[in-house]
Design a protein around this ligand. Sequence first.
Ligand code: LLP
Length: 427
Amino acid sequence: SRTVARDARGVTSVGGLDVVTLAEEFGTPAYVLDEDDFRARCRAWREAFGDGADVFYAGKAFLCRAVVRWLTEEGLNLDVCSGGELATALAGGMPAERVALHGNNKSIAEIERAVEAGVGRIVLDSFQEIARVAHVAERLGRRQRVQIRVTVGVEAHTHEFIATAHEDQKFGLALADGQAAEAVRRVLGLESLELVGIHSHIGSQIFDTAGFEVAARRVVQLLTQVRDEHGVELPEVDLGGGLGIAYTPDDDPREPREIAKALHDIVAHECEAAGLAVPRLSVEPGRAIAGPTTFTLYEVGTVKELPGLRTYVSVDGGMSDNIRTALYDAEYSVALVSRASEAAPMLSRVVGKHCESGDIVVRDAFLPADLAPGDLLAVPATGAYCRSMASNYNHALRPPVVAVSGGKARVIVRRETEEDLLGLDVG
Ligand code: LLP
């Protein structure tokens, strides 16, 4: 976050609010989100891409009504991938024409809701889905704008579970074996669908623009093929999300304007070579907007020193509020934020309170040797894929999201209660 500071007592503050007060007021664990930073990142993406392009925030990173309002105000569009995210987008007041619906297995009910609401685009992911969406649109008497998601065959250098452009995975239709071209042919033959473009998403937490450039080049090749075979120039290209953020000081992320320039240049260049009009570009950053805006605030409960090994520092959350360490071997940093300490650094592992040893928040960290129960720790860069992937494992109550702006803090997603949990338990 851009507005984090530390005072003479060693107490960290965000947007002018100190973490000790925040913990007293809102409890721990809590996700503390810097709204001004979130909005600044939205604007940086809008400005980098300019009026000739659209920025769709990927709601899966973190979504709630307040976020939808910020996006709407800052001129972003919204990518949703489920009925629940669509409902949140509409409840937050995002105009439906600025919403794109994704997913590799959208239900009929989700498709109906999207078509009825008038979403700006549905991104088609399979042959069956082409028929399904066409059928729903026809029945509702609509002509639905759609894109086709293609897999361009690049290996993004990221964790296997979040790489999506190689051929052997569930998303999209492959360019290489002609399925993407066949999908275009089918969609063009359907009255109730208006094919507006091609979509590619190569993966997530990527630092290098090369994969995006290869994707752009291959998508433009398909546009050329479509023009040659069908005499149609598709007006839109979406190159997905995936820009990485810094979780640790070793990570070196690209700025939005670097990625914008690389994508604009390559698409313009390839289109010129092929004699195509330059299509309208769009991108779908999720992590790069939400990730750095938030830290998770935990309270230390127990400190267990294992002589010759390391110190285990248990906090009052864990894999239920951040599954990324266990699931992707993700790296995070952590800091003592409630006081200064002159004590020597000790090799530590920050773990949660769940009933398994894989419940690790930060695998390796140096924390002061005088760490004690009641100290507050902050884990930065938890704004994306932490609250949105949180679970109730061990009947944990999912933490609140507290938004800080203009020297004030307010809850935008409240902490779960035992009543919430028991309310689902109707046996
Ligand atoms: N567009 C599409 C079609 C996507 O599938 C995704 C992410 C995005 C955009 C946004 O990607 P981003 O800019 O946030 O990297 N749970 C994983 C990440 C899964 C990403 C899935 N799709 C994690 O915690 O790392």
